[in-house]
Write a protein that binds this ligand. Structure first.
Ligand SMILES: NC(=O)c1ccc[n+]([C@@H]2O[C@H](COP(=O)([O-])OP(=O)(O)OC[C@H]3O[C@@H](n4cnc5c(N)ncnc54)[C@H](O)[C@@H]3O)[C@@H](O)[C@H]2O)c1
Length: 253
């Protein structure tokens, strides 16, 4: 018996990094997982990996910045599995840029993926969750949602918007038994994070030391966020909505 038996869950950006960790863990706990991601090769490989491990997964090529793609992945999910009970808005981009270095184009690009994508995905998922008698949405945020680093200006604002989206929809959808929560996954050393740290002149040793100096003594891993998702997407959290869950090992802030 898995903790997510019978659940049907879409994970955006679920083919790499934290999203892949979440997709894999949800499937191991019994959910049917739909990986909504842009890269067909990676998405197909991620779904195949889950199937080989005995889980159920489907890849649907999706650009979350396009409303038609978001509508289509939800339709494909319901067509394949007959319902939709969960959504993880994980797809994100985090290019570094200060206020004055941020062009209008970069601002729009960052907001299109990190904030407009979750809006489109919620908009098209909610009617099916309502029809299923309820559902659970997890928005993957960041510690930058709260104040944010100067060189992550537009990203911080977009992730801050995700906090308000979470609280607003949690309030609006409670009567439909649809819960909406926010998850800060901490500092996870994915391939993308290694690339970005390298651009900032930080090598593997620097990254390792930085992890050791964190309050709980290490960087977070995709499974830290994935286990929190299992809880938030299962009936174990049926009275939890509108909450911000920090899985960043930093303690009180
Ligand atoms: N890595 C960290 O330390 C960290 C910290 C806090 C928050 N986060 C958040 O966690 C989430 C996952 O990030 P990650 O670290 O695993 O990075 P990642 O780059 O490995 O994963 C992001 C995924 O989103 C996908 N994606 C990007 N644009 C998309 C689009 N338009 N449509 C569909 N998919 C798209 C990418 O292809 C990729 O698969 C992001 O929302 C990120 O902001 C990461």
């Amino acid at each position: 018996m898995g903790r997510l038996d019978g659940k049907v869950i879409i994970v955006t950006g679920g083919a790499t990094g934290i999203g892949l960790g979440i997709s894999s863990r949800l499937a191991r706990e019994g959910a049917s997982v739909v990986i909504a991601a842009r890269n067909a090769a990676r998405g197909t490989a991620a779904a195949a990996g889950i199937s080989e491990a005995g889980g159920e997964a489907l890849f649907v090529a999706t650009d979350v910045a396009k409303e038609t793609d978001c509508e289509a992945v939800v339709a494909a999910t319901v067509e394949r599995y007959g319902k939709l009970t969960g959504l993880v808005n994980n797809a994100g981009i985090f290019p570094r840029s200060t206020l004055e270095a941020t062009t209008e184009e970069l601002w729009d690009q960052i907001h299109a993926v990190n904030l407009k994508g979750p809006f489109f995905m919620c908009k098209h998922s909610v009617p099916h969750m309502r029809a299923s008698g309820g559902g659970s949405i997890v928005n993957i945020g960041s510690a930058n949602s709260y104040i944010g680093l100067p060189h992550l200006f537009a990203y911080s604002v977009a992730k801050g918007g995700l906090v308000t989206l979470t609280r607003n929809l949690s309030n609006a959808l409670a009567q439909d038994r649809i819960r909406v929560n926010f998850l800060n996954p901490g500092w996870v050393i994915t391939d993308m994070e290694i690339e970005i740290q390298a651009l900032e002149g930080h090598d593997a040793e620097w990254i390792e030391n930085a992890g050791r100096n964190l309050p709980l003594g290490r960087h977070q891993v995709p499974d830290d966020a994935a286990w929190a998702c299992v809880f938030l997407l299962s009936d174990e959290s049926s009275q939890t909505s509108g909450d911000l869950l920090n899985v960043d090992g930093r303690g009180p802030r």
